[in-house]
Design a protein around this ligand. Structure first.
Ligand SMILES: O=C[C@H](O)COP(=O)(O)O
Length: 253
């Protein structure tokens, strides 16, 4: 089953309104393959969601960087999945390692969040990945499988989930996973989906890579058979993000 290449730009907690407008202008002027070939989703901070949505070209889409674990209410500072639907924001990033580490989001909490967002009709970029301390003794698969399991136990509709494998040691460090390292984990994850869910979910779920992706390394990573795209941090704030979107052309060769 063909999996459409997916390129997400996670802008994290960066930017002023003026800077955001500049990034959007660059994206709007970019000549990239059509949305039949590549799905492009950018994720500005909450406060800029509507601004970006109003200015961004219609073939690119917008994601929030988080949302609350269940229906909204007395949860000061939180944003609910219902609010994202109300604003016409189709995607949300959930379980990013920065939130897991800095805000103590557990596997179970992430699984609940993914399930609730999907149940409300919001598509999810669900992030998983190991730390260096976990990779070194060979625990990578055990860690990402436990993270995937916590999601799989709660989610039934995988059509609306993209799995982002983001090794923590590669995030914002300039130390990108080698194409072989990324492929190895993506392939194991797809096997995990096959063994623990079913062959259709395994064949159709996009597994994207994140961690120091840039214009120079994206093509080699994209060439790996189980790398279905990227979640890009730092480079998504720069014009080279356009080059990363074009890495989809590697898939056609
Ligand atoms: O969500 C994106 C990842 O955290 C990757 O960030 P990075 O490309 O700056 O390493």
């Amino acid at each position: 089953m063909a999996r459409k290449f997916f390129v997400g730009g996670n802008w994290k907690c960066n930017g002023t309104a003026e800077e955001v407008k500049k990034i959007v202008t660059t994206l709007n002027e970019a000549e990239v393959p059509s949305e039949d070939v590549v799905e492009v989703v950018v994720s500005p901070p909450f406060v800029f969601l509507t601004l970006v949505k109003s200015l961004l070209r219609s073939d690119f889409h917008v994601a929030a960087q988080n949302c609350w674990v269940r229906k909204g209410g007395a949860f000061t500072g939180e944003i609910s999945a219902e609010m994202l639907v109300n604003l016409g924001i189709p995607w949300v990033i959930i379980g990013h390692s920065e939130r897991r580490a800095l805000l103590n989001e557990s596997n179970e909490f992430v699984g609940d969040k993914v399930a609730y967002a999907v149940s409300q009709g919001v598509k999810v970029i669900a992030c998983i990945g190991e730390t260096l301390e976990q990779r070194e003794p060979g625990s990578t698969m055990a860690v990402v499988a436990a993270q995937a399991k916590a999601i799989a136990e709660k989610v039934t509709n995988w059509e609306n989930v993209v799995l982002a494998y983001e090794p923590v040691w590669a995030i914002g460090t300039g130390k990108v996973a080698t194409p072989a390292q990324a492929q190895e984990v993506h392939c194991e994850l797809r096997k995990w989906l096959n063994d623990n869910l079913n062959s259709e979910v395994a064949a159709s779920t996009r597994i994207i890579y994140g961690g120091s992706v840039n214009g120079a390394n994206c093509n080699e990573l994209a060439a790996q058979p189980d790398v279905d795209g990227f979640l890009v941090g730092g480079a998504s704030l720069k014009p080279e993000f356009v080059h990363i979107i074009k890495a989809t052309t590697v898939k056609k060769n």
